[in-house]
Design a protein around this ligand. Structure first.
Ligand code: ADP
Length: 441
C-alpha cells in the first residue's frame, strides 16, 4: 500500500496530463485542418474567378474560338479588364465565386497590369495587402506571360472558427474538470483513509500500552501476595491490595475515557444540568490533583476572582473539563509545572476560566488540531507522556454542549493558556426573560 499509493497518484497525474495534451493537439489539428480547408476553398474560388472573368471578356469580344489553343492564344494577346469591366462587375464575380465555395469573410481586391500599376482597386485595398493577398494571372496561368494579375485580400476569421469549435472546447473542459475533481476527491479520500489507519494503529498502540502497565503491576502484586514471606505480613498485604485497587481504578478510568469518546461519537451526551458553583468545583479538582503536582515539585495557584461563578451545567462533565485541562497542564511540561487558574466575569454575562501553564507549548499547526479526536502532537524531548488524544476533543464537545467556547493561546517552549468561556446563570436568566418578553409581545 505504501508504495502503490504514490505510484497510483503519479500514474493518474500523468494520464490526466496526457489526456490534456492529446486534447490540445486535437484542437490544434482541427484548427489547422480548418485553415487548410479555407486555403483550398479560396484557391478554388480564385481559379473559378479567373475563368469567369476570361469567359465574360471573351463573350464581350463576340469572337468565336473553337479550341482551347485558340482561346489561350487570344487571351494572351488581347486580354485586359480595362474598358471591359466595371469595378462593381468584378466585385460581383469575385463575391459570387467566394460565397459558392463557402468563403464568407469580407474581401478587398485589386488588378495590377504588367507594370504593376493598378487597373482596378477596391476601396479598402491597401498596397501592403499585396504581399498577403491571394493572386492569379488573369490571362494565363503561366506567370511569365502575365498581363494582368488579380489580388484578392481575405482575412481569415479565426474568431468564427473558434466560435464553431467552442462547444468542443467547452465539452472537453467540462469533462477534464470532472476527471480532475474526481481525481482530487479520490486522492483526498485515500489520504484520509491513510491518516485514519495511522490514527487507528497509534490508538491501539497507546491503548495496549496504557492497559498493559497496570496489568503488569497487578500481576506483580499478586505474585508478591502469594509469596510465603508476604502471606503472613498483614501490612504488606494491605500495601499490595491497595496497589491492586489503585491500578484497577486507573484501568477503569482509561476504559471510561474510551467509552466516553465512543458515546460522544454517537452524539449521546446526556447532560444532567444543575446550578453549579464553579469555584467550588475548581477547588475540589485542584485538591485531587495537587498531590501529583507536588510530586513533580510543581505548584498550582488559584485566582478565583469572578464575582458571579454560578453556571448551569452538568457537574460530572464540568469537573472532567477542569480535570482534563489541569492534567494536560501538568503532563505537558518538562520543568516542574507551575499552573495558574483564573476566573473572571466578562461584561456580557459570561464566565471565563483560564488555565495557564509553563509547559512545552504548541506551534500554530498543533493548536489548530488539538481538538480533533485522537490527535496527539509529537512532544519532542518529552517522552512517555501517556494519552489517547481524546481529552481535548471531549472537553470541546462538552463546552459546545453548554453553549460555551474554548480557546488556546500558546508559545512553543513557554507554555499554554486554555480559556473556557461559559454563560453564567445571570446571562441565562436574562436570555430567558428576553424570550418571555418576545413571547408576550
Ligand atoms: P492526550 O493528552 O490524551 O494526548 P488531549 O486531547 O488531551 O490528548 O491533547 C491532545 C494533544 O494536545 C496532546 O497530545 C498534546 O500534544 C497537546 N496538548 C494538550 N494540552 C497541552 C498543554 N497544556 N501543553 C502542551 N501541549 C498540550
Amino acid at each position: 500500500m505504501k508504495r502503490i499509493f504514490p505510484l497510483i497518484v503519479v500514474l493518474i497525474t500523468l494520464s490526466v496530463i496526457g489526456i490534456l495534451l492529446i486534447q490540445m493537439s486535437w484542437i490544434n489539428k482541427a484548427l489547422q485542418l480548418k485553415h487548410e480547408t479555407f486555403l483550398h476553398e479560396v484557391d478554388k474560388s480564385i481559379k473559378s474567378i479567373a475563368t469567369d472573368i476570361q469567359n465574360q471578356f471573351l463573350s464581350k469580344q463576340q469572337t468565336t474560338l473553337f479550341n482551347q489553343r485558340d482561346r489561350q492564344w487570344y487571351l494572351e494577346k488581347f486580354f485586359t479588364t480595362q474598358g471591359f469591366f466595371t469595378k462593381d462587375e468584378l466585385h460581383d464575380i469575385i463575391e459570387v465565386e467566394l460565397r459558392q465555395n463557402n468563403v464568407k469573410e469580407p474581401f478587398e481586391f485589386c488588378i495590377l497590369n504588367i507594370f504593376k500599376n493598378p487597373v482596378f482597386n477596391s476601396d479598402g485595398f491597401k498596397p501592403q495587402d499585396i504581399s498577403t493577398a491571394f493572386s492569379i494571372g488573369l490571362a494565363n496561368d503561366n506567370d511569365a506571360l502575365q498581363q494582368e494579375v488579380l489580388y484578392v485580400s481575405i482575412h481569415e476569421d479565426h474568431g468564427a472558427i473558434i466560435h464553431e469549435m467552442l462547444w468542443m472546447v467547452i465539452v472537453s473542459i467540462v469533462f477534464t474538470t470532472i476527471i480532475v475533481l474526481a481525481f482530487a476527491v479520490t486522492v483526498r479520500t485515500l489520504f484520509n483513509q491513510k491518516k485514519l489507519s495511522e490514527i487507528k494503529s497509534d490508538f491501539i498502540n497507546n491503548m495496549t500500552h496504557e492497559l498493559k502497565t497496570p496489568l503488569a503491576t497487578i500481576s506483580l502484586a499478586i505474585d508478591a501476595l502469594t509469596n510465603e514471606k508476604v502471606i503472613h505480613d498483614a501490612d504488606k498485604i494491605k500495601i499490595y491490595s491497595s496497589m491492586i485497587k489503585e491500578e484497577n481504578k486507573r484501568m477503569n478510568k482509561q476504559v471510561e475515557k474510551i467509552l466516553q469518546a465512543a458515546r460522544l461519537e454517537k452524539e449521546e451526551i446526556k447532560l444532567n444540568i444543575q446550578r453549579l458553583d464553579t469555584h467550588q468545583i475548581i477547588n475540589k479538582v485542584a485538591d485531587n490533583i495537587i498531590l501529583q503536582i507536588q510530586e513533580k515539585k510543581g505548584t498550582i495557584r488559584l485566582y478565583l476572582t469572578a464575582t458571579n461563578p454560578v453556571i448551569e451545567a452538568d457537574e460530572v462533565h464540568f469537573s472532567n473539563i477542569i480535570f482534563n485541562l489541569l492534567d494536560n497542564a501538568m503532563k505537558y511540561s518538562q520543568e516542574p509545572p507551575h499552573i495558574e487558574v483564573l476566573t473572571l466575569n466578562t461584561g456580557n454575562g459570561m464566565l471565563s476560566i483560564k488555565i495557564k501553564d509553563n509547559g512545552i507549548g504548541m506551534d500554530k499547526e498543533t493548536q489548530s488540531r488539538i481538538f480533533e479526536k485522537f490527535y496527539r502532537a509529537h512532544t519532542g524531548n518529552l517522552h512517555n507522556v501517556k494519552g489517547f488524544g481524546l481529552g481535548l476533543s471531549y472537553v470541546k464537545a462538552i463546552v459546545d454542549a453548554h453553549d460555551g467556547k474554548i480557546r488556546v493561546e500558546s508559545t512553543p517552549g513557554k507554555g499554554s493558556t486554555f480559556t473556557v468561556i461559559l454563560p453564567t446563570l445571570q446571562r441565562q436568566d436574562s436570555k430567558a426573560d428576553n424570550a418571555q418578553d418576545e413571547g408576550e409581545a
